[in-house]
Design a protein around this ligand. Structure first.
Ligand SMILES: NC(=O)c1ccc[n+]([C@@H]2O[C@H](COP(=O)([O-])OP(=O)(O)OC[C@H]3O[C@@H](n4cnc5c(N)ncnc54)[C@H](O)[C@@H]3O)[C@@H](O)[C@H]2O)c1
Length: 272
């Protein structure tokens, strides 16, 4: 992360919600690393306190400052409590990344989804983002110099994916909330963007095995699945002054998958 000017993060407080593993853990580590010399601190929130404590220990061992706080984003009082604790501890919030996901059910055709399963997907993946945004914005508004928020969408928030009614509906909604919040808070100096990752090598894809990873990589024009660091670097960039003219954007980090499909009978251009 040494491409980020660490002074840009001097004294800044960042919050990553959904930071106990995978992409969120990498984002928290990237913030802590980028801001370590400048005295920045990162708050890691999720439901799993034991996993969060491990992530905090890793960050501190690497010289960063971090704090773990519990939250279940389905519970409005818990989200209020989280932001209250950030305010009481640090008095400010400069950057927030809403990275969580987790509702729903295994893939199934739309008519096989129970309405309760659909509600449960939206409760985390869409309503959770609304609640997190609402209370992050209220705290960030107190800053004379504004702040930046990143919502984690997906390529499934830009195109349909069969079987994933709850997830796709939520992620399309995340794109909408991102644009509305960007407009509502632009004059307050708060930028709100989203990232839409393609397939990223996290526990889910690792557990699916090498064949699934090869198939995922084969569908990516750049020929590989993403690393959690690919998304983490984009998230930190969107939260620094280096992206100061970017708001209301959905940054696709997918190795070119959403760019389109290969033409028939045209050989791809190779290296060298
Ligand atoms: N991994 C991928 O390939 C991929 C691709 C596109 C988009 N994404 C998006 O990136 C984000 C992170 O993905 P990941 O694969 O690292 O996920 P993950 O399942 O490994 O981690 C999700 C995080 O959210 C937290 N979480 C879940 N439910 C919560 C709740 N109710 N309250 C608070 N925290 C909760 C978990 O504890 C965990 O920290 C998600 O928004 C996901 O939709 C991931």
């Amino acid at each position: 992360m040494n491409r980020i000017n660490s002074q840009a993060l001097a004294g800044k407080i960042a919050l990553v919600v959904g930071a106990s593993r995978g992409i969120g853990a990498a984002i928290a580590a990237a913030f802590a690393e980028a801001g370590a010399e400048a005295g920045a601190a990162v708050v890691l929130a999720a439901r799993d306190q034991a996993a969060l404590a491990l992530r905090v220990a890793e960050i501190e061992a690497a010289g960063g400052k971090a704090l773990a706080l519990p939250v279940d984003v389905r519970d409005e009082a818990a989200v209020v409590g989280l932001l209250d604790q950030v305010r009481n501890r640090y008095g400010r919030l400069d950057a927030a990344v809403n990275n969580f996901a987790g509702g729903g059910r295994p893939p199934a055709p739309l008519a096989d989804w129970d309405s309760a399963e659909f509600d449960s997907a939206l409760a985390v993946d869409l309503r959770g983002v609304f609640l997190a945004l609402k209370y992050e914005l209220r705290l960030m508004q107190l800053n004379p110099d504004g702040g930046a928020i990143v919502n984690m969408s997906s390529t499934a928030g830009e195109q349909g994916v069969s079987g994933l009614a709850g997830y796709v509906a939520s992620k399309f909604g995340v794109g909408g909330l991102t644009r509305v919040a960007a407009l509502d808070y632009a004059a307050a100096g708060i930028r709100v963007n989203a990232i839409a990752p393609g397939p990223i090598l996290t526990d889910h894809l690792a557990a699916a095995g090498p064949r699934a990873q090869q198939m995922a990589a084969a569908a990516v024009p750049l020929g590989r699945v993403g690393r959690v660091e690919d998304v983490a670097e984009a998230a930190v960039w969107l939260c620094t002054e280096q992206s100061s003219f970017v708001t209301g954007a959905v940054l696709v980090v997918d190795g070119g998958r959403l760019a389109g499909v290969p033409a028939f009978a045209v050989n791809p251009v190779r290296k060298g």
